[in-house]
Design a protein around this ligand. Structure first.
Ligand SMILES: Cc1ncc(COP(=O)(O)O)c(C=O)c1O
Length: 413
């Protein structure tokens, strides 16, 4: 008889985890008030709701300025453009991330130079960053992945020695702090996503944070059709309309009020999960770096050893976790295998000229490939909002799957 729920056995957790995004009267009221006000759009930029969120989020994260816009992809494009990065420039990005991190340089007209990640955190490998620098390199875009932060000491040291800009992709990292500095406040810009699955969400949306007043002004201008934001200098930029509407911004104002207590709850349960899951055979935990002084995470990522799971890989294990009632995913393939990221199709002259550097067939990223294709299993944020019992079920389900892994469908590819 089958034991695993994916084969018809009884699931470990028939009870569901809390919904995400939350949906209750406070959100409905906030949106209703904007509807009644008639001020629905994002122009004049920023609107009152956008401004309220920008300042609350920037203060929480520890930045001087926040700039709200439509998503966490154009944030990075805008950041690069505000830094003056474009045609012919090179931007170093990691091989394990969402396609947006590599898309953004292309959208700005630059070439994404993809380097492997380090095995300890699956964030960008600083040694490989340094080795990839050429006289065209203008920026590094580390990604704080899952529950980790990239080694910002090394990244900033390299950037400072080579005169490079740093744009942190913090889509997963609102709330994180590195040596008491907020994620996104260490480099020139931090980019955040407020898309539905993210822990600070309005369904769609993105924010840039920066400590530099001029960069903030340029970013505001770029998202508002290039309008000058400084009445004295009248600095216009070549911008488009990336403004977020006020209905979405109002949702973020409510979400921000709740964020600190949700973050603290996930951190407590995340630690408990880390202790328990380390006891499952064939599981490697990757605790956050000691330099992370406030731990806040989007998804918690573990590495499984396929050998200990009867040769089955992360895809089979996360599908089996879902069937057991535990929200889990594979998330990202390595950049060399990304369906969504096909730079050869961009037709930008710069991408054509550098086609060899952007041809996935010629890319080899052993650490990202092992992580993305075999090892990484991401546990979704709501697993960490059901108390100790919520993480205990997740660990119980993983241990069950490991014990009965030979029941999982065999690997075909
Ligand atoms: C690491 C990373 N960067 C960028 C993005 C892009 O954000 P958005 O979906 O808001 O465009 C995402 C999210 O989907 C992400 O996970």
């Amino acid at each position: 008889m089958a034991e695993l729920a994916i084969n018809g056995g009884a699931p470990v957790r028939p009870a569901s985890y809390p919904e995400w995004p939350e949906r209750d009267a406070a959100y409905v009221d906030a949106v209703s008030q904007v509807v009644a006000s008639g001020r629905w759009g994002g122009w004049p930029e920023p609107g009152p709701q956008a401004e309220a969120f920008e300042s609350a989020f920037a203060a929480y994260q520890g930045a001087r300025h926040g700039v709200l816009m439509v998503n966490g992809t154009v944030t990075m494009e805008v950041a690069l453009k505000a830094l003056g990065i474009g045609w012919g420039d090179e931007v170093i990005v990691p091989a394990l991330t969402f396609a947006a991190t590599a898309y953004a340089p292309i959208a700005a007209g630059a070439v994404p130079v993809i380097v492997d990640v380090e095995p300890r955190t699956w964030c960008i490998d600083a040694d490989l960053v340094e080795a990839a620098i050429t006289d065209r390199t203008k920026a590094i875009m580390p990604v704080h992945l899952g529950h980790q932060m990239a080694d910002m000491d090394r990244i900033m040291d390299i950037a400072n020695r080579h005169g490079l800009a740093v744009v942190e992709d913090c889509a997963h990292a609102p709330g994180q702090r590195w040596r008491d500095e907020g994620a996104g406040c260490i480099g020139d810009f931090g980019s955040f996503s407020h898309q539905s699955s993210k822990i600070l969400t309005s369904g769609e949306g993105g924010s840039l944070l920066t400590n530099d007043e001029q960069l903030a002004r340029r970013a505001h201008s770029l998202v508002d059709c290039g309008r000058a934001k400084d009445p004295e200098e009248q600095e216009y930029t070549f911008g488009a309309n990336y403004r977020l509407g006020e209905l979405h911004a109002a949702l973020l104002v409510v979400a921000m009020e709740r964020f600190p207590s949700q973050q603290a709850e996930r951190a407590v349960n995340g630690k408990r999960f880390e202790e328990l899951v380390a006891g499952v055979p064939g599981v490697r935990v990757m605790p956050a770096d000691e330099r992370v002084t406030r731990w806040s995470f989007y998804n918690y990522v573990i590495a499984i050893d396929p050998e200990a799971f009867a040769g089955r890989t992360n895809e089979a294990v996360s599908a089996a976790m879902e069937a057991e009632g535990i929200p889990a995913e594979v998330q990202y393939p390595p950049m060399s295998r990304y369906e969504l990221f096909q730079p050869g199709l961009s037709r930008l002259p710069v991408a054509v000229e550098h086609a060899d550097r952007l041809d996935p067939a010629r890319m080899s990223f052993p650490v990202a490939e092992a992580a993305g294709l075999r090892e990484s299993v991401y546990f979704m944020e709501n697993v960490f909002r059901s108390g100790t019992e919520g993480v205990e079920s997740a660990v119980e389900a993983l241990a069950k799957i490991q014990r009965h892994a030979d029941e999982l469908p065999p690997v075909t590819a």
